[in-house]
Design a protein around this ligand. Structure first.
Ligand SMILES: NC(=O)c1ccc[n+]([C@@H]2O[C@H](COP(=O)([O-])OP(=O)(O)OC[C@H]3O[C@@H](n4cnc5c(N)ncnc54)[C@H](O)[C@@H]3O)[C@@H](O)[C@H]2O)c1
Length: 252
């Protein structure tokens, strides 16, 4: 499908995982993709015919420059996928998690989404059209006894902020949705669970589909939200979780 033909799309966290798969999917749908990450994504941009920007999305000046640059190079911003995020090991139970980890996670996961929306929205409002997708998580919707307290709080913030922006700008042609993925089989997660199968089993038992998602399955949902196929979808918590949030008892 070429649902994003001629569209300009910004993807943060494009070097890896969901952001990388989505950059490829957006390009396959016809978009020109601006790949953004702390690390250089020039190779990916070359592969998909896009444009790479190295930026720290937790830094206001960098985000302002990013969107000013996209506007001056491409003339518009049709899609903004604010997806970069961190989940560091020093973010754990509230009893152990220090203020440094708390503030770092909130800054990278939540403040960055505030900044991305703050600088993408004026461009989209001027166009009278745009789609913003902010990556939250299923942990914004349900509690885990295996806590990462700052991460969970940060994703709750993304969810509430996205809903409010979706409502505020609904009549001006801009849609804002929060994406809530379930656990995705990223290399990091798989390595962790390969070392500790009991840890993996504890989580897998709650997934009705019985496996973790592939990044491409999340990318397919993002491409839908970015496209006009989702023209009546805004302010949503768009859940792509293999049934986790709907389950009480899962199949054996
Ligand atoms: N993997 C999962 O199971 C899962 C589940 C639900 C939600 N999520 C969320 O999805 C998003 C992507 O996750 P992923 O698994 O693809 O992660 P990943 O670690 O594979 O990729 C994240 C990318 O973000 C970049 N990044 C981190 N901090 C940045 C910063 N300050 N500025 C610019 N780039 C920065 C990293 O360099 C990396 O390339 C995150 O927001 C994550 O919280 C992931």
């Amino acid at each position: 499908m070429r649902r994003l033909e001629g569209r300009i799309a910004v993807v943060t966290g494009a070097a890896s995982g969901i952001g990388l798969a989505t950059s490829r999917r957006f390009a396959a749908e016809g978009a020109t993709v601006v790949t953004v990450d702390l690390t250089d994504t020039a190779d990916i941009a070359t592969e998909i015919g896009g444009d790479a920007v190295i930026a720290d999305i937790a830094d206001e000046a960098a985000v302002a420059d990013l969107y000013a640059g996209v506007k001056s190079r491409h003339g518009r911003v049709d899609v903004a996928f604010h997806n970069a995020g961190i989940s560091p090991p020093d973010d754990d139970s509230i009893l152990e998690t220090g203020i440094d980890a708390w503030e770092r996670v909130l800054r990278v996961n939540t403040t960055s989404v505030y900044l991305g929306c703050k600088y993408a929205l004026p461009i989209m409002l001027e166009q009278g059209r745009g789609s913003i997708i902010n990556t939250a998580s299923f942990v914004a919707l349900m509690g885990a006894a295996t806590s990462q307290i700052a991460y969970t709080a940060s994703k709750g913030g993304v969810l509430a902020m996205s809903r409010e922006l979706g409502v505020q700008f609904a009549r001006q042609g801009v849609r804002v949705n929060a994406l809530c993925p379930g656990p995705v089989a990223t290399p990091l997660l798989m390595e962790l669970f390969a070392k500790d199968p009991e840890r993996a089993a504890r989580r897998l038992v709650h997934v009705p589909v019985g496996r973790f998602a592939q990044p491409e399955e999340i990318a397919a949902a993002v491409a839908f939200l970015a496209s006009d196929d989702a023209s009546f979808i805004t302010a949503s918590q768009f859940v792509v979780d293999g049934g986790i949030t709907g389950a009480y008892v899962t199949p054996l």
